[in-house]
Write a protein that binds this ligand. Structure first.
Ligand code: GDP
Length: 480
């Protein structure tokens, strides 16, 4: 087969790099005090390092795989800790290499000493993401799965946890593999018709070809359509509390976060800085900013607070306009509501103080008229908690793009690199379908199909350059 379109249809396994000969070690848990902390060692010398730093009844190099050993961690003659060592023998380990994991008491100082002891005994410090990179290089997982490890570690919502775990367990890889097989099959049949022009092989009819490409394109597009949902639950949204002073923004901030973070006083204009905290609103990660009230500043420090509030408004995805339900809509409220054109919720706070006879519908109607993009409108009391669940729901609904909260079947894209590559694949498939439809030669259709195949392959890591790999894994932390 000499045709360049069909070269490298079966990529070679990635050639193992020389640096896999090193044994690496690093602290794998965050550097804070905790019940446990873990130091991980991986590579051909893992057990020799382990035997130098750990003493138990049987040397680690002699125990079977998947054994836990109780013993003593040492640096030279000094005892560092009572610890447990978990032994995994290649290839049945996270990295596919010999691995020892020391579970110690979780003191940052102690963990650094254990790491130093491992380095003294022949390991070198792992680079960021190097354990997971080795798992990829040793064929334990493909690149999409390796990236899912980072997504799982960073997840901020139940949805992104579930989607990252599914991806780690191979859901995206399996889908891409099935698209790849069908693409390869089309390419092989096109190739057959190129090689056997004399009708020895039944021709793939153009209709058949266009419709097969069309269905691959459609499936790639529907995978791409999950990206906004993935982004939403991965990054969350930025919401900002705005409104005139003293309507209860700081009280709502504390109530939404379930914490006494913002200072609440009866004197108007006391929130002069912006405060920022994250919480889950109906499962959606929200970074909430409390701002100084929006009014003309009376002293320089308040004016600065108002300037910061405006900057926070500009940077936000959703504005929560807070009004005082016990104090009818003022001219100042109306001016504030007219600001900008962001998706917004109107919150009438202090419902506990409002006259029970007030016409909520009429107040709501008047406020909505002042907003260019009104969404939810809720009455709440930061003091009694009335309506707070409704506010959380309204916040999540307002922040979600249309259909953003629907959970469909199959994997959800969580990683921007995948989104960009699948966009390339879908565009190449669209071009191939066009070429096929307009009767262009098989070689032209095949060229576009090859582009689609290359893009799909780069998601799972086939044919990805070392530079790209280094770039991807350098974004991990040390110890991952
Ligand atoms: P901000 O200036 O908009 O941040 O308002 P604050 O949160 O500092 O609240 C101003 C005053 O209103 C404080 O005395 C709060 O205790 C009071 N306040 C806030 N929310 C409520 C509420 O829902 N009901 C009642 N009765 N008082 C509230």
């Amino acid at each position: 087969m000499t045709d360049p379109f069909f070269a490298s249809l079966n990529p070679e396994p990635r050639i193992l790099r020389a640096d896999l000969e090193d044994t690496i070690a690093a602290i794998a848990t965050p550097l804070g005090s905790g019940g446990l902390g873990v130091v991980r060692v991986s590579g051909p010398g893992a057990f020799s390092v382990g035997d130098k730093v750990f003493r138990s009844t049987t040397p680690l190099s002699e125990v079977p795989s998947h054994t836990l050993c109780r013993g003593i961690l040492r640096q030279g003659d000094e005892v560092l800790d009572d610890a447990v060592a978990a032994v995994f023998r290649a290839p049945r380990s996270y990295t596919g290499e010999d691995v020892v994991e020391f579970s110690c008491h979780g003191s940052p100082l102690l963990l650094r000493r254990v790491q130093a002891a491992c380095l003294q005994s022949g390991a070198r410090l792992a680079e960021p993401g190097e354990f997971t990179k080795r798992a990829f290089l040793n064929g334990k997982m493909d690149l999409a799965q390796a990236e899912a490890v980072a997504a799982l570690i960073a997840c901020r919502s139940e949805e992104s946890r579930r989607w990252a775990l599914d991806q780690l367990r191979g859901s995206l890889s399996a889908l891409l593999e099935s698209l790849r097989k069908r693409l390869l099959n089309l390419l092989a049949r096109l190739e057959a018709s190129l090689d056997f022009v004399d009708d020895e092989v039944p021709d793939l009819s153009r209709n058949e070809l266009s419709s097969a490409i069309g269905s691959l394109e459609k499936e790639t597009e529907s995978l791409l359509a999950t990206a906004p949902r993935g982004r939403l639950f991965r990054d969350g949204v930025r919401a900002v509390l705005a409104g005139r002073p003293n309507v209860g923004k700081s009280s709502l901030f504390n109530s939404l976060l379930d914490a006494d973070r913002a200072i609440v006083t009866e004197t108007a204009g006391t929130t002069r800085d912006t405060l920022e905290e994250s919480f889950l609103a109906d499962g959606l990660p929200v970074t909430l900013t409390d701002t100084a009230g929006l009014r003309e500043g009376r002293e320089p420090i308040e004016t600065e607070g108002i300037a910061r509030a405006r900057r926070a408004l500009i940077a936000s995805d959703v504005v929560v306009w807070v009004m005082d339900a016990s104090d009818p809509l003022t001219e100042e409220d109306r001016r504030a509501l007219a600001w900008g054109d962001k998706p917004a919720i109107i919150v009438f706070n202090k419902s506990d103080l409002a006259d029970p006879g007030i016409d909520r519908m009429a107040i709501e109607h008047r406020a909505r008229q002042s907003l260019s993009h009104p969404r939810g409108c809720v009455f709440v009391s930061a003091r009694t908690g009335e309506g707070m669940d409704g506010l959380r729901r309204a916040l999540a609904d307002t922040a979600s793009p249309a259909g953003g909260r629907e959970t469909g079947e199959g994997p959800t894209l969580l990683i921007e690199r995948h989104v960009a590559l699948l966009r390339e694949a879908a565009d190449a498939l669209a071009a191939a379908r066009q070429a096929s439809h307009s009767g262009e030669p098989d070689e032209c259709v095949a060229l576009d199909l090859r582009r689609a195949l290359d893009a799909l392959d780069r998601v799972t890591g086939r044919g990805v350059s070392d530079e790209v790999l280094d770039e991807i894994f350098s974004q991990f932390c040390i110890g991952k």
